[in-house]
Structures are given as C-alpha cells and as structure tokens.
Design a protein around this ligand. Structure first.
Ligand SMILES: [Zn+2]
Length: 295
C-alpha cells in the first residue's frame, strides 16, 4: 500500500494489536487502535480477527489487511510457516482464511521484518542505506538493509541473529545449539539469569527500571548483561559495517538502558567500525503495525 487506509494486525504470543492506518508517502496517521489478548487455537484467532475486522469496517473504508506475525512466514507472504510462540498458527494459510471471509487483499509478514520496514519508511532514520535492525523481546530477531535494499534471504528467514553463538558450550537453546545470543540477552534470559544469580524473581522490565534508578545490585546485573549484548552486536557491526543500528522491541522500551551498553561497544568493534551509530527505535511498538501496511 503506497497511499490510503489499511487494517493492520500485530499478532504475538500474548497480545493482538490492531489499527487502521492511513498512509501518504512517508506520512502516516493511526486512525484507530485496539489491543486484545491472543486466544488459543487458530480458529479462535481467526474469529477474533474477523470480530475486529467487523468493528473497523463499520467505521472506515479499506480494502487491504496487513499482518505482522511473531513467526516465520513463507516467501509469498500468505502462510505462517513456524511460530514458536503462537503454535496454533504453524503451517496455517492465514491470508487465504481471511481473504475468503473479508474480500480484502491480505498480506502477511514476520514481525521483525515489519518493525524494520516500518522504521525504514516512517522512522527518523529513513534515509540510511546500510542499517541493522534488532528487535529484542522474548528472543532476538533482526533485519538488514544493505546498499538500500533489504536482505531477507533465500527462504525469507534471514535475520535470526538471536541464534548466533556468543558463548562456547554455553546455555542450551531451544534451537538445539548452546550459547546462543538470545539465551543471554532477552526478556526470559535476563529473568532466568537474575533468579539464578540472586535467587529472586524479577521481570526484565523491573530489572531495567531499578537499574536505571541506580539500585546497585540491578545496575551491576544490567552491566554484566550488557556485556553479552555488546558481544553479539559487535559481531554484527564488524561483519556488516552498517551506518546505523536501530534497536527496538520490549527490551528497549526503557530507552535509557542503551547507556549501559555503549561503553563496551568501541572496545569490541574494529576501529573502522566505531563510527556506527546505535539508536533506539523512533516509532517503538507502532513500527510493527506500520510495517504491516506496506506491500
Ligand atoms: Zn539458538
């Protein structure tokens, strides 16, 4: 969609965000927005999507629906191939199921690709040609733009940065390897590590907030976690030599946590790569919905 109104859905393991977005070039307006829980089962998810479609259809005129899905999507953009956090959507032909019921044109994309495309079209750094996008939440996903073009790989699954090994024989990962980056710096990884270190349960958000308030124990923990983060990030910077790295996802909701990381990056990247800018997403959560409306 270059211009006009589109209904957008961002479907994750726990929440479905939806919005009617009107775009004109690189300007956008979010006309309406809702957040609901993600039901279990694909029939229930489809029913929820259709209920929201009817609600928005009563108020706005649109002919396209875009989906941002936390999972791998086929190259054609119509089927969810593998969604570890919404397993009922595995191998589900989502576009067909929704097109039949709505008469709208439907396109489906991976959520991190949506984040990157949204930032690229509507964000503050849209003029950059060599960019690494990283979204961190329950895992670490990413996308790369090289010489002005996105690189999504042969099967549309490039950007699984979270499964880059940063610790030899490290913690076991669900992917079958040991020492993957997302086992050291992601919401669940930080919570697990915190409990192991201090025998206390705390959410990643609470840890970040109290570290930012200056609470000694949590600040130390955040500094250690940041070292894991910057190891992976520096690997990517050295390999791809981007102009800029844009960070998003729920881990970077507290934007100031970036300050724990920046001291370690120059020591780990090659001198020539030290001028790479590292910034927070300018659109935050909206990037996922905005990326879903671009076809
Ligand atoms: Zn892994």
């Amino acid at each position: 969609m270059k211009n006009g109104k589109t209904l957008a859905f961002d479907i994750g393991g726990t929440k479905i965000a939806s919005a009617v977005v009107e775009i004109s070039g690189s300007d956008y307006k979010i006309l309406d927005y809702k957040k609901n829980d993600t039901p279990e089962g694909h029939n229930e998810i489809v029913a929820k999507i259709l209920e929201l479609f009817e609600f928005y259809k009563g108020k706005y005129n649109f002919k396209t629906i875009g989906f941002s899905i936390a999972g791998q999507i086929n190259l054609k953009g119509d089927t969810v191939v593998y969604a570890p956090n919404i397993q009922s959507l595995d191998n589900f032909k989502l576009a067909k199921a929704i097109e039949q019921k709505t008469n709208c044109k439907v396109f489906v994309r991976n959520d991190v690709q949506c984040f990157a495309l949204g930032e690229d079209r509507f964000g503050k750094h849209k003029e950059c040609d060599n960019v690494i996008f990283i979204a961190i939440g329950t895992g670490i996903g990413g996308a790369t733009k090289v010489n002005g073009k996105f690189y999504f790989g042969q099967d549309n699954i490039a950007g699984e940065f979270g499964h880059m090994v940063i610790v030899k024989d490290g913690l076991e990962c669900a992917c079958g390897r040991k020492g993957c980056w997302e086992r050291y710096f992601s919401g669940p990884a930080m919570e697990e590590m915190y409990e192991k270190t201090y025998g206390q349960k705390k959410s990643a958000r609470e840890i970040a907030e109290s570290a930012l308030r200056g609470e000694k124990k949590d600040k130390e923990f955040m500094i250690e976690a940041s070292k894991f983060f910057t190891t992976g990030l520096s690997n990517l910077i050295n390999i791809l030599n981007p102009e800029i790295v844009i960070l998003g996802g729920s881990m970077f909701k507290q934007k100031s946590i970036l300050k724990f990381m920046t001291p370690y990056i120059p020591k780990k990247v090659l001198p020539s790569a030290r001028k790479t800018k590292i910034v927070n997403s300018s659109l935050e959560e909206k990037a996922f919905l905005l990326g879903a409306v671009i076809d």
